[in-house]
Design a protein around this ligand. Structure first.
Ligand SMILES: CC(C)(COP(=O)(O)OP(=O)(O)OC[C@H]1O[C@@H](n2cnc3c(N)ncnc32)[C@H](O)[C@@H]1OP(=O)(O)O)[C@@H](O)C(=O)NCCC(=O)NCCS
Length: 172
């Protein structure tokens, strides 16, 4: 059975937190070694919702467990960037490689377009070929690599920016 993709609710936050913390512990997808808390996820979720930005989950059709989540926020806080968002996507370790990440980013693209956004940006660790591949397949182009801008696990990390211009023209 295919997973259900829907808007997250507060009840999904423990599942979202578990996926995020596993990625913090074991991957360089997020440049921190500090795990998040439920209180922090509640603040984050409230902020996203207040801005009218989506937090999507892919849920198991059986027990409703959160298998992945995806969201976007403002790319940068200055008004001139208001038509550009930066997104993120995380899939539970045992559910990766089955197309869930692709489905979630496809839905985010639709939501961003519906909000009149013009560009979606992904900041991806250079050592994350699955995410780079996923985004290339969805029409994102490599916009450049910032060398050694991050650090984790005792090494420097390179950040690849990818972008996709949406069909919506926005209002320049
Ligand atoms: C990156 C991530 C979101 C991808 O989600 P997913 O559901 O596993 O992705 P999908 O199955 O939709 O697609 C992954 C693609 O990458 C490919 N891929 C997987 N591992 C790969 C690797 N090591 N090298 C190259 N390509 C790889 C898959 O084959 C697939 O491409 P295909 O459909 O053309 O075969 C998921 O692995 C994840 O959550 N990782 C940890 C957190 C993370 O890195 N988040 C992204 C931060 S930018």
């Amino acid at each position: 059975m295919s997973p259900i993709v829907r808007d997250a609710t507060e009840a999904d936050l423990p599942g979202i937190m578990a996926i995020y913390n596993e990625a913090i512990r074991n991957t360089s997808a997020v440049y921190t070694e500090q795990e998040t808390t439920l209180a922090d996820r509640k603040t984050w979720f409230a902020a996203r919702t207040a801005q009218g930005y989506p937090v999507l989950v892919a849920a198991s059709p059986g027990d409703g467990a959160v298998l992945g989540f995806a969201t976007f926020g403002d790319f940068r806080p200055w008004p001139g960037y208001r038509h550009t968002v930066e997104h993120s996507v995380y899939i539970r370790a045992d559910a990766r490689g089955h197309g869930l990440g692709t489905v979630l980013v496809e839905r985010l693209l639709e939501r961003a377009a519906a909000l009149g956004k013009h560009v979606m940006v992904a900041g991806i660790d250079a050592a994350n070929p699955a995410s780079i591949r996923l985004h290339e397949r969805l029409g994102f182009e490599r916009a450049g690599t910032l060398r050694e801008v991050g650090t984790k696990f005792g090494r420097w990390l390179d950040l690849v920016f990818m972008q996709r211009v949406l069909g919506t023209p926005g209002q320049a």
